[in-house]
Write a protein that binds this ligand. Structure first.
Ligand code: HEC
Length: 159
């Protein structure tokens, strides 16, 4: 009889411990999952990744430094600062500097004709090529481009 009650006692004890262990491991798993979720939700924000996501598709920066003393900048200075972006490689349908074939029909407009369309802008070309060049500076830049592309324009007066 005592052996029976002993083994019954042991059996209950084993069930009790098994329950404790089972509940303990469920609690442990639940705790681990919630810790993992918390860590996911509070990932530190990577500022570089955010910058990449909100960056504009393309940036065009056009600026020519003003010459000291307010003197007119040379055609080459204006060209290097404001016109190369498109005219060096022929971006956006711009006639390439040095491409005589592309420039011949345009040169026929004469410096005044080209200056007029450069001031106003033409199709993909923004007014003044997007620069802050004065009329004279713009004309110098056109002479600079034109004379590398088969033109024989004179530097504009008033320089
Ligand atoms: C954003 C690009 C861009 C920039 C910057 C730019 N151009 Fe242009 N340019 C063009 C394109 C495109 C054309 C061709 C327009 C057309 O005929 O459809 C053009 C055409 C011209 C022409 C010919 C106009 C005509 O009547 O045929 C001249 C002259 C000219 N550019 C001068 C300049 C000068 C000088 C600068 C710098 C101050 C400049 N461009 C900067 C894109 C540009």
């Amino acid at each position: 009889m005592s052996a029976t009650s002993n083994s019954e006692f042991d059996f209950k004890k084993i069930i009790a411990w098994a329950l404790v262990i089972a509940l303990g491991s469920i609690a442990f798993v639940v705790a681990m999952i919630s810790i993992a979720n918390t860590a996911k939700g509070h990932k530190p924000v990577d500022p570089e990744a955010v910058n990449l996501r909100i960056a504009p598709v393309a940036t065009v920066k056009i600026a020519a430094p003003a010459a000291a003393g307010g003197a007119a900048r040379s055609g080459e200075q204006i060209y290097q600062a404001a016109c190369t972006a498109c005219h060096q490689a022929g971006v956006a349908g711009a006639p390439k500097t040095g491409d005589k074939g592309a420039w011949a029909p345009r040169l026929a407009l004469g410096l005044n004709g080209l200056l007029k369309s450069a001031i106003a802008g033409k199709n993909a070309m923004p007014p003044r090529g997007g620069s802050d060049a004065s009329d004279t500076e713009l004309a110098s830049a056109i002479v600079y481009i034109a004379n590398q592309s088969g033109g024989k324009f004179k530097e504009p007066a008033g320089k």
